[in-house]
Design a protein around this ligand. Structure first.
Ligand SMILES: Nc1nc2c(ncn2[C@@H]2O[C@H](COP(=O)(O)OP(=O)(O)OP(=O)(O)O)[C@@H](O)[C@H]2O)c(=O)[nH]1
Ligand SMILES: C=C(OP(=O)(O)O)C(=O)O
Length: 233
């Protein structure tokens, strides 16, 4: 049984990545969400001693997750219930605990196309030293990963806008290393440009190479270097 259980929540594709809706049509946006999920899952699995569970009510998300080696937990939480994101993660964490009481639990964002396995390993090492660790996102406000290495207990899940401060207040230790690919969650056109500069995984690169999208100023220069920015995998 792998020691680290990574839990990745993904909402229904039609609702996902609304902050890219003014630059990508729905089909392109959905393809990008699936591709970023696949690159994120593949990188996490490559860190070693890891299993990934994608929590989703969306059949196409589930199929993409299974395709790259993740398990799927059908989301037991209605999207119109209070705090559906943390409730979905909590359900997944409880289920993981039932199966493996001593496992490490990691709540990981699904939109990390530049994630490298070594970044994940470094963050996990911090969590193993400190008990619970948080990776603060590149905007210094959100959370890309909450890692919990305290046997038998649940992580202090508080995702949503401004979550980094809440996770730190709840006792999570901020991971100090640079870890650029683990910090860069892609929500906006500027984030996408930054990911292209850093290098993205093969699934994301394939989508961005084939999809025409009228990204404005920040991505115009990045678009020309998409292929050279693609990470080897
Ligand atoms: N399973 C599940 N995942 C969710 C839910 N709400 C959000 N998520 C996921 O949690 C992560 C962060 O969510 P958001 O920032 O709200 O959504 P997003 O699609 O990334 O971006 P925006 O639509 O631009 O806010 C994304 O991977 C979402 O798919 C939910 O109700 N259930
Ligand atoms: C849900 C979060 O992030 P975002 O909305 O940026 O995806 C978060 O940072 O807790």
């Amino acid at each position: 049984m792998p020691a680290t259980h990574v839990l990745v929540p993904v909402k229904a594709l039609g609702l996902a990545k609304s902050r890219l809706s003014h630059v990508l049509d729905p089909a392109a946006r959905e393809s990008l969400v699936l591709a970023m999920l696949q690159d994120t899952v593949t990188a996490a699995l490559s860190a070693g001693d890891v299993t990934v569970t994608v929590v989703t009510a969306d059949e196409r998300v589930a199929a993409a997750a299974l395709d790259c080696g993740a398990d799927v937990l059908p989301d037991p939480v209605r999207p119109d219930s209070p705090d559906p994101l943390n409730s979905a993660l909590l359900a997944a964490a409880r289920r993981a605990r039932e199966h493996a009481p001593g496992a490490e639990l990691v709540a990981l964002q699904a939109d990390l196309p530049s994630l490298r396995p070594e970044d994940f390993v470094l963050a996990r090492e911090t969590a193993r030293r400190t008990g619970t660790a948080v990776v603060v996102d590149h905007t210094a406000s959100g959370t890309t990963a909450l890692l919990h290495c305290v046997s038998g207990t649940l992580p202090p899940l508080s995702f949503g806008p401004g979550s980094a401060g809440r996770h730190i207040d709840a006792g999570a230790y901020p991971v100090p290393d640079a870890l650029p690919g683990l910090r860069l969650d892609v929500d906006t056109p500027d984030d996408l440009a930054a990911a292209l500069q850093l290098g993205v995984g093969p699934a994301t690169a394939a989508v961005l190479d084939t999809v025409e999208f009228p990204l404005c100023h920040p991505c115009d220069s990045a678009a020309g270097s998409r292929r050279s920015a693609t990470m080897n995998s």
